[in-house]
Ligand binder design. Sequence first.
Ligand SMILES: C[S@@+](CC[C@H](N)C(=O)[O-])C[C@H]1O[C@@H](n2cnc3c(N)ncnc32)[C@H](O)[C@@H]1O
Length: 265
Amino acid sequence: MPQSDRMLLIELANSVNELAGAIKELRDSQSEIMGRLDSLEQQLKQNRAAAKGQTRTGYAQFEDLLALYRDIDPGQSLPRMRNWAAGPELLRFLYEEIMERRRTGVLECGSGTTTVVMAYAMRSLGSGKVTALEHNPHYAALTRHELSERGLTEWAEVADAELSDVVIDGQAWRWYDVEAIPSGEIDMLLVDGPPGDTGPQARYPALPLLADRLSESALVVLDDANRADERAIVQRWTEQFPQFESQRLRHERGTVALRRADNGA
Ligand SMILES: C[S@@+](CC[C@H](N)C(=O)[O-])C[C@H]1O[C@@H](n2cnc3c(N)ncnc32)[C@H](O)[C@@H]1O
């Protein structure tokens, strides 16, 4: 083969190699783009599902809020809901539990909007009392003020209960001073305090300390049950108190309701 043809062939072979390299690069970037498109599509699906869930929750809360105002007819705005306080879905649930099952002996850990709404329920029933344990004197005073300006002091009281040392099965906890809890059977126990920043699994002591004060058909309600600490608390409670069945309610921040199995309530 003449030298010039050989050179031409080598050049051709080099160009074919370059072309093959360029094609490979194109393929690589194509599959990278496809991968990115896939993950964008996944993200979009997740965002759509989250937006749908938020719309559903928002609408359900709106309905619960309307139902609360219709049932309570408070004559003035109810105190703030959500954020530090319970949401309308939990407040409606508590209101209906009191009304439908005549839960007249209510103890709650952590005062606030729940205290006011449950006091309205007691007033509608015409009997019963809510006792709210409160470790923070400022918020105790605020809740007392809310009750008093609505004429509800007959139906609910805030008990000042400092966080104190308590030992359960050899383990130390900080929980409300039990001396502040009035005597009598508890029909409903709402566990919405102490706040999470007072210690890990801060709400755990409620059931071990109060289980023998609960009536046979009592209901225990734990708010914020989507949080890791509260999930761990529910697991501990159900292991230690197998007589209780737990039910997870589809509330914004999660609520768990525990009842003794087969009590008909
Ligand atoms: C998780 S919050 C729940 C209070 C109540 N169970 C409710 O849902 O309305 C717990 C703590 O919030 C505090 N708190 C009460 N009233 C408050 C208010 N107006 N603003 C901010 N925090 C308040 C109290 O110290 C209470 O123990």
